[in-house]
Design a protein around this ligand. Sequence first.
Ligand code: BDR
Ligand code: CA
Length: 314
Amino acid sequence: MKIFIDCDPGVDDSIAILFALFRKDVEIVGISTSVGNVSASKGAENAMRILKLAGYEGKIPVCAGAEKPLRGECEDFPTFIHGVNGTGNVELPATSQRPMDMDVSDFMYQKACDHAGELVLISLGRMTNLANTLARYPDYAGKIKRVVAMGGTVYASGNVSPVVEANIGGDPEAADIAMQADWDMTLVGLDVTTVTHLTRADVDKLLRCCNPAKKDAVSFISKALQHYMNGSRIQNYTMEYSPLHDPLAMVVAVDPSVVTTRKMVTRVECGGTYCRGKIVVDLREQPIKGRFVEHCLEVNSRKALNELFAAFQN
Ligand code: BDR
Ligand code: CA
């Protein structure tokens, strides 16, 4: 499966990227970043350091994208979850790889053209780059096979407001544009990511039984999760685990059988205070105007976690 990753690394983005790199059936053709957990330029630097950690230095192009949402400015970065540097305050070795010297929309479109009809777009951050690319290239959506995005919540509580998830809340206008585009989109939201628990015990076990060639990557994950899990404890009072956001989206992309989904007419609320960024689904016979988006509502968490860990053991 060929994938393109748009992300904001990010501790959980980094784990998702490592998982994809270690899956033999996945080929990453490009990575782009937007502001979110860190600035887009720092996110690109983190992505390139992750590539180096996994033995892919300079082998996959990385491009920095939007430094602000479509409307307004950025708020403070969530350093209590992702650390000041985005990788849980773990300093990864520097890389000689440089980000692509081109506009992110041109980069995303070029990759979509190079692999037209076969590219799965994985969105792990705000959808600003997606919206900008759709605006610049009206035929972009038609070149993408499907989109799998970590974001939103239908029934679970939000994580940046009572009803809003961070990736959608960070740029609601962009998310609505991306959801109304003419492509198949699956949203892996808090309904499934918050009930899939990454535990310290599981990570400790993985450290002991991982493939020796992947030990550096697993050691990084273990260290970065110390800060990330502490952030989760502050945010959610979870003592020994954190929710599995971006890595679960990546697992769903390679194995949709781990989730149960429902397609629903979907819009993103772009007004309000507490509801700005809320996913609105309409189940009525005569719904509002909106496209069908596939929402993950239930998950076989153990199976998903086993798939995640297997990539680091094989
Ligand atoms: C999402 O927000 C970011 O902090 C994470 O990387 C993830 O993509 C979870 O709401
Ligand atoms: Ca992310």
